[in-house]
Design a protein around this ligand. Structure first.
Ligand SMILES: Nc1nc2c(c(=O)[nH]1)N[C@H]1C(S)=C(S)[C@@H](COP(=O)(O)OP(=O)(O)OC[C@H]3O[C@@H](n4cnc5c(=O)[nH]c(N)nc54)[C@H](O)[C@@H]3O)O[C@H]1N2
Ligand SMILES: Nc1nc2c(c(=O)[nH]1)N[C@H]1C(S)=C(S)[C@@H](COP(=O)(O)OP(=O)(O)OC[C@H]3O[C@@H](n4cnc5c(=O)[nH]c(N)nc54)[C@H](O)[C@@H]3O)O[C@H]1N2
Ligand code: SF4
Ligand SMILES: [Mo]
Length: 740
């Protein structure tokens, strides 16, 4: 028998934002994971894990996960060497860019990049070296309205508060189902326990959702709200605050401008005026407003259901406005900002709003955050003539399933001269690539909870060691970003990597007494680390808890964080304002022309006839958007890609539970089984996204055989939240009928 090499590794789960602590038993000789359990000593998750804690292990072992680059040939996919793959990718992209210009190469950035800190650290470099106005990402099917609201109010798109669940006494949750999604921009492992504790200490939870969700079932009160109408409800809330003298800015008094203008904007939207469109009675609105204001500690939280709707930016903005006007922002038990050790939420110079600096070609829609709306990707890829796109790169994303008009994206991608995918599966999108460059798996790289420590329920730092040595002849995702960005620009990847370090040193040392000496010191002290970890060490050491390279010898370094395998607790959330504001004048201005410009559209919508049936999305605990369906454990069981429909609506349409029905929109028709569910608000149906594993030529047998489903995004068109360009995937008018 071979000598046992079982070791225990503590790390955080990379699959969702909760970032739970895991205890892994592994056989490093055999490169086998023996078990993955919750780490009871993790100070944030205390042993909690969900069903998806095993996901990254299954992905690692999936024989269909790509380990080497592949090239599409007439005889099918052929494995090729890294040299050949990178040469070809570099040469083709370089030539296309020389011939047709920088905007002829489109790229799409997917969600899993946010779960790998190496990739994140190299992202800014990649985007700036791509230098393409045809940049799309999952962000515009997700949180960009919140980015825009926070950028306007607090001066930075990612300076986002989270509801202080552990100390609040009254929580209103709108458009989020954290019991299933495990929370987003919420940072809370084991939401269920926290919610039970909130109620246990006499607090109250109200969920506002067109579906009585898993979260709603745990709450004290669930209120149905018609999809896409939260802005009206929230304006009525604001209206009531003024009407009843309940505006109380608390410790933010003296820091906030535009209060009077907000009163004027909300003036027409009395509870009575919005009752019909929202489906929420005026008495209910008044009572909730009263209870919220009366509570000792209260927080209003809104998430993806509020973002990906017709007035996503206004709704996301109003969530902040209500918290501000009721004195709930930046106080314990309210809505608070985390203070990550890597310094993202520290004071920094004001940067002008990143909006409208360029426009889409097909319909002149303004960019936001350097990106064009993902919903406009198909038409943008189809532009003809001088504006034509010739090549595309996808980076850990599956837009054919995850972006509205996915079929259109696919058709448009098929016509391009050259497509590269940085991905480890051959799926609905990457099967269109000429070459796929697979990174190694999450078990083969270290991690640091970089993005998600900025949304924690408490402040923390956590480093995760890699579990296995990467396979020989494999590449990390960040190395691929370096290679591609360098080659497109006719550079060497190593030189580019060196420039990354020098660039960071320049920024960090600019204000030092002797910049050259400080840079030399940083270089020497961080020399044991390389690449992302080296840059991470610098960020940590100059960060708010850092050792400052000598200025604060007791402070943090990456070495010290590594000595805390269960995560390092940096204490409860603290007040961060006005210090963290990056608005230039250190004040919060509640109003902005971009927001006001959307009010005429809102007034029109109030007078519009209500559609008979509208569609919303839903998530299931065993899914992660489109990409875990090749895991047998998560694909078995009942088909969960069904249309939930209120029994009364079913009867009205002459449909029976379980029967297949046609669901149609202006974009197309899908056939899906219907499930009778009194969870659904009458007039609302729910269609989960991330399914539709139905295309030939993909390499995900389990997904195709066991859980093909249909893609909700083949029914969703190009309606946008105007200020942010975010897709309207909730509140989409649909028709449902018996199959002809
Ligand atoms: N209708 C509707 N559409 C939606 C949503 C909705 O609620 N309704 N939600 C939206 C949201 S919030 C999001 S975030 C997007 C997600 O949309 P995308 O960001 O496009 O993500 P996925 O569809 O999950 O695809 C992820 C891809 O990354 C690859 N991948 C995963 N991990 C790695 C890795 O470590 N390395 C490499 N190289 N590749 C990897 C997978 O193989 C897969 O191809 O979907 C959006 N689409
Ligand atoms: N299991 C699982 N977990 C996930 C994911 C996954 O795919 N599966 N994806 C991850 C990602 S990328 C993200 S961004 C997060 C998202 O996390 P959440 O924001 O919690 O997302 P959902 O679970 O989709 O919950 C959105 C809720 O909004 C409701 N809703 C829809 N339209 C409206 C509306 O107009 N108004 C109101 N008030 N509510 C509305 C829906 O019915 C749904 O209950 O989840 C993450 N976690
Ligand atoms: S809740 Fe999220 S982070 Fe925690 S175990 Fe599940 S997938 Fe992993
Ligand atoms: Mo997301």
């Amino acid at each position: 028998m071979s000598q046992s090499a079982t070791t225990t590794i503590y790390r955080s789960c990379p699959t969702c934002e909760a970032s739970c602590g895991l205890k892994m038993e592994v056989d490093q000789l055999g490169k086998q994971v023996i078990s993955i359990k919750g780490d009871e000593r993790d100070h944030r998750s205390g042993g909690y894990v969900c069903a998806k804690s095993q996901a990254f292990h299954h992905i690692h072992e999936d024989p269909e996960r790509l380990r080497r680059p592949v090239r599409k040939t007439a005889e099918g996919w052929r494995e090729i060497s890294w040299e050949e793959a990178l040469e070809e990718v570099g040469n083709r992209l370089y030539a296309i860019r020389q011939q047709y210009g920088k905007d002829s190469i489109a790229f799409y950035y997917g969600n899993p990049n946010g779960h790998n800190f190496h990739t994140q650290i190299y992202t800014e470099m990649f985007i700036s070296l791509m230098d393409s106005e045809r940049f799309f990402s999952a962000g515009s099917v997700d949180q960009q309205p919140k980015n825009l609201a926070c950028e306007i109010l607090y001066g930075h798109a990612w300076l986002m508060p989270v509801p202080d669940l552990d100390r609040t006494g009254y929580l209103v949750c709108m458009g989020g189902n954290p019991l299933v999604s495990q929370g987003s921009i919420l940072g809370a492992p084991d939401v269920e326990k926290r919610f039970r504790e909130l109620r246990g200490r006499g607090g109250k939870i109200v969920v506002m959702d067109p579906r009585r969700t898993e979260t709603a079932r745990l709450a004290d009160e669930h209120v149905f709200i018609r999809p896409g109408t939260d802005t009206f409800f929230l304006l009525a809330w604001v209206h009531e605050l003024f009407a009843r003298g309940l505006v109380d800015l608390g410790r933010l008094a003296g820091l906030v401008d535009g209060v009077e203008r907000v009163r004027e904007l909300a003036q027409p939207y009395s509870p009575e005026a919005v009752a019909k469109i929202t489906g929420v009675g005026a008495a209910t609105i008044r009572r909730l407003v009263e209870e919220f204001s009366a509570a000792d500690r209260a927080a209003l939280y809104g998430r993806i259901g509020l973002c990906t709707q017709e007035f996503g930016t206004l709704a996301s903005w109003l969530v902040e406005v209500v918290n501000i006007l009721t004195g709930r922002l930046d106080v314990p038990g309210g809505s608070m900002f985390a203070r990550p050790a890597t310094g993202q939420n520290e004071a920094a110079p004001h940067v002008p709003l990143q909006h409208g600096r360029f426009f889409s070609r097909a319909r002149s829609f303004p960019e936001y955050m350097g990106m064009l709306p993902a919903s406009l990707m198909a038409e943008e890829l189809e532009c003809a003539g001088e504006d034509a796109v010739h090549a595309m790169i996808t980076i850990a994303g599956n837009p054919v399933l995850s972006v509205p008009n996915g079929k259109g994206v696919r058709r448009a991608m098929e016509k391009l001269d050259f497509v590269v995918a940085l991905d480890f599966y051959i799926n609905e999108t990457t099967s269109l690539a000429d070459i796929i460059l697979p990174s190694c798996s999450q078990l083969e790289h270290s991690n640091y909870d970089f993005l998600f420590s900025a949304f924690g329920q408490s402040n923390f730092a956590r480093y995760s060691p890699r579990v296995f040595e990467p396979e020989p002849d494999s590449k990390q995702q960040y190395e691929l970003l370096l290679e591609v960005a360098a080659r497109i620009n006719g550079m060497e990847a190593d030189a580019l990597n060196e420039m990354m370090l020098e660039g960071m040193l320049q920024r960090v040392c600019a204000s030092a007494e002797d910049p050259a000496a400080f840079a030399a010191r940083i270089k020497a002290e961080t020399a044991p680390y390389r690449d992302g970890e080296r840059l991470l060490d610098i960020l940590l050491r100059i960060g708010p808890y850092g050792d400052g390279f000598g200025a604060n010898p007791e402070g943090l370094t990456l070495d010290k964080i590594k000595q805390h395998p269960h995560g390092l607790d940096l204490g409860p959330l603290q007040a961060m304002l006005p210090g963290a504001l990056r608005t230039g004048n250190q004040r919060i201005s509640l109003v902005h022309p971009l927001l006001e410009a959307d009010f005429p559209r809102l007034e029109q919508a109030l007078r519009r006839e209500l559609p008979e049936l509208v569609m919303v999305g839903r998530r299931h605990i065993r899914d992660m958007n489109s990409w875990l369906h090749n895991i047998v454990n998560y694909a078995r069981g009942k088909n969960r890609c069904t249309l939930l429909m209120n029994p009364a609506d079913l009867a009205r349409h002459g449909l029976a539970d379980g029967e297949e029905a046609e669901i149609s929109t202006a974009l197309g028709t899908q056939i899906l089984p219907v499930t009778a569910s009194d969870e659904m608000m009458p007039g609302v149906v729910s269609f989960p996204h991330g399914f539709g594993h139905v295309y030939p030529g993909t390499g995900q047998t389990t997904a195709q055989q066991r859980l093909p489903g249909r893609s909700a995004n083949d029914l969703i068109g190009d309606t946008l939240d105007q200020p942010s360009g975010t897709s309207v995937v909730n509140g989409v008018p649909v028709r449902v009928s018996r199959v002809a």
